[in-house]
Design a protein around this ligand. Sequence first.
Ligand SMILES: *Cc1c(COP(=O)(O)O)cnc(C)c1O
Length: 721
Amino acid sequence: MSPLDLALFFTPIPQRIARLRELAYNLWWSWHPEAQALYSQIDPDLWELVYHNPVKLLREVRQRRLDQAASNPAYVRLFDAVLADFDAYMHNRQTWFARHAPYAPTSQAATPVVAYFSAEFGLHESLPMYSGGLGILAGDHIKEASDIDLPLVAVGFIYPQGYFRQRIDPEGQQLAEYPRLNVVDVPVMPAWTPDGNEVVVEIEIAGRMTFAKAYRVQVGRIPLFLLDTDIHPNSEQNRELLARIYSGDEERRVAQEVMLGIGGVRMLRQLGINPTVWHMNEGHAAFMVLELLREQVVQGMPFDQARHTVRSQTIFTTHTPAPSASDAFSMNLIEKFFWRYWPQLGISHDEFMYLARQDKASGPAFSMTTLALNFAERCNGVSKLHGHVARGMWHWLYPDRSRDQVPIGAISNGVHTASWLAPEMHQIYDAYLGLEWPDRLDNPDVWARIYAIPNDVLWSIRRRLRQNLVAFVRERTRQRYQRLALAMTAPILDEETLTIGFARRFAPYKRATLLFKDLERLKAILHNPGRPVQIIFAGKTHPSDDVGKQLIQEVYQLSHTAGLQGHIIFLEEYDIAMARELVKGVDVWLNTPRRPYEASGTSGQKASLNGVPNISILDGWWPEAYNERNGWAIGEEWYSDPEEQDQHDANSLYCVLEQKVVPLFYDQRDAAEVPNAWIAVVKEAIVTVAPRFSARRMLRDYIEQCYVPAVLAADESAGET
Ligand SMILES: *Cc1c(COP(=O)(O)O)cnc(C)c1O
């Protein structure tokens, strides 16, 4: 079905604005607020009801609304301007990639393509195909690949029930809802082979033939291909295979990863796409290398040579510093799935198992990280500190080397600027950095112009963003109370109060309850006369994680106790939309992980970009960014006893708030009530973080350090044969 064939499902659109439908199917709109305005202006209430999803809006909008828009000159002007921008973007020939030609010279006829595999992609709130930071990073990676025009195709899953929607009941218990995704309601279309046929991948999963249909999401210039097993010929069990992200038992998990890795390669072949570089975002996709090997071996290449070829073109990014969190499956389970597969590789059972073996306390396991490390010439962690931690974790795989020589480098994460920047901030950046700043957004010189923004201008925008956030929080809270048929009792938040944000997965290592260690001291901080503080919490935890759910309940219940109520708010359903509101609207962004378990963290980068400084443990990306002037560090001492560490870190957090953050925010204001010393930190946060922790810088690092060498290696091996 093309969008035109889908016309049946849509309200007829007047010819003058007919391209609204085409635009709805390119997620370019997701990082262009003026494109979203084209839809929201047609029917603002419906826009909220369909949760900012243009496809659904066009399906449900009344004809009269469309006619009104088409005959409104101001609307049509905006429409023309946005479509002109869209066309200029899609047809631009002077892109970063065209200007830098990083792969030239190569003997390959076509420009080499990178395939990027990830189990999740966080692109927009209307496409629930992500659970957290890993997915958001993958989404930002492909949006940035589009902006710089890197030839890349992405591979993932469509989950008909997505990740869950979080509800918090009046006792603070997390409830999981799984609204069913209807493919015709989202900007997703079937994918086609070059001859115009439907793409259906066949794969044997533990003895049963399983089919997956390929869909396509267009992300600017980049296609994201998604596999869906919820199709007719599959057994009920296999239809459910990809229903939800990361759910089910180990067996389901292996089946999902077989589908992603092996099914993903087969899907690209059917699509007629033959990538030169293969990038695995986390170990979930690592079975991919087995399929690449198999392809070569069945064509007669000796195993060792095939292994060498595959390795030279494969990139692996590891994301977890917690050994327990990386996938390692029992050998029995792997046998069940692969007993017909290893003969096709021309190797024995034992040789096969050794490709990924990791000895655990519970016995030998088939580790996806080991497999990926063994088959990727270039491997990296996601911050400098995480690279170091990962070299330690996987040192055992390289017994002849010192820890520092373990071949896992570091490419620090960055965020897709346009997706996370408040439109209000975008406007002043346009005014002070020059309109061309998005073309050079990883250039620190461009950002040094931030210092020239008058403090009162910046402060008035920061205040407005806080006021908007308070309105957002009040509205979300009102909706929740209404749904639960509860009466709102106390007033919520204040528009001029220093506001701290804490939103992330409630994994225990993130220590969401650290702030509550000393309740009296916390209350004193919140109610300090003339210098009050308020805090907004949000976060989900995996529905089967009882410890995480306990933490949510604890924070929720505390936020309803006397002295905290109205000043500490827990918002339900943390997602991309809420993250966007929070990172631009609060005054400070708080992060309290137990070092070194935060591989990178990116929400603090989103915050800094908007002039929201971090107060954080020196973990993940923060040690690289922190310069004593762009935010605050807490807990700079390390203890072996976790309880002692918590005590120390909580104390440090209170001290920093009491002695540094709060006084800087409220004291020393000038005659116009502008906190100049505070604004100095705000500016420093923007200047130091925006260029270096951008997805632009991150993509350039991947290109220089990984993609270019892989392309050169492919060129060499092509020359040899
Ligand atoms: C950015 C983001 C994350 C990841 O942020 P962390 O700093 O790693 O916690 C998770 N969830 C959402 C919705 C995000 O936008």
